[in-house]
Design a protein around this ligand. Structure first.
Ligand code: GDP
Ligand code: MG
Length: 164
């Protein structure tokens, strides 16, 4: 058994896209339909196992309003409003991280809320293409359905193994 860590996983993206829900699903296996705005930033520690390697992870949740300093969109919208803007904005988040950290960082573009099948805004191909352009991994998830949450972290773990 190999042990790797301490990796920092930072969740960035617009408000209400499901950052906190993905972390909660991964950590505790549950889902809360009530929207609770994340205040400030904090992290949770988690040890995960992937292919005979244990990873010590720090999951950093963020509030999302650093860039768009307004709570008005979330106050005015129902919690499951989905639009394409968060996908467009994801590019900006990723470009910011590249500008800050160069290529010394693994980035995963996550398309969450796949359970809202009739309200899909971004095709898989579009997500995949965008991720490739931005040098990011790509995966679709649903924190609500518990879909692809573990695989998301495994994908990141595999990429981390490649850097060791
Ligand atoms: P954050 O602001 O990015 O941390 O987003 P939250 O995790 O707080 O989620 C915002 C809202 O979207 C909450 O009401 C969640 O219950 C809901 N939500 C999060 N993930 C999903 C999902 O996969 N599917 C559905 N249908 N709703 C989700
Ligand atoms: Mg949050």
């Amino acid at each position: 058994m190999t042990h790797l860590g301490n990796y920092k996983l930072v969740f960035l993206g617009d408000q209400a896209v499901g950052k906190t829900s993905i972390i909660t699903c991964f950590m505790y296996g549950n889902f809360d339909t009530n929207y609770q705005a994340t205040i400030g930033i904090d992290f949770l520690s988690k040890t995960m196992r992937h292919e005979d390697t244990t990873f010590r992870l720090q999951l950093w949740d963020t509030a999302g309003q650093e860039r768009f300093k307004s709570l008005i969109p979330i106050l005015n919208s129902s919690h499951n409003d989905v639009d394409k803007q968060s996908f467009i904005n994801a590019s900006k988040w990723i470009e910011d991280v590249h500008a800050e950290r160069g290529n010394q960082v693994i980035i995963a573009l996550v398309g969450n809320k796949t359970d809202l099948v009739h309200r899909r805004q971004v095709s898989i191909e579009e997500g995949d293409t965008k991720a490739r352009e931005l040098g990011a991994l790509f995966i679709e998830t649903s924190a609500k359905a518990g879909f692809n949450i573990k695989p998301l972290f495994c994908k990141i773990a595999s990429a981390l193994q490649g850097t060791e």
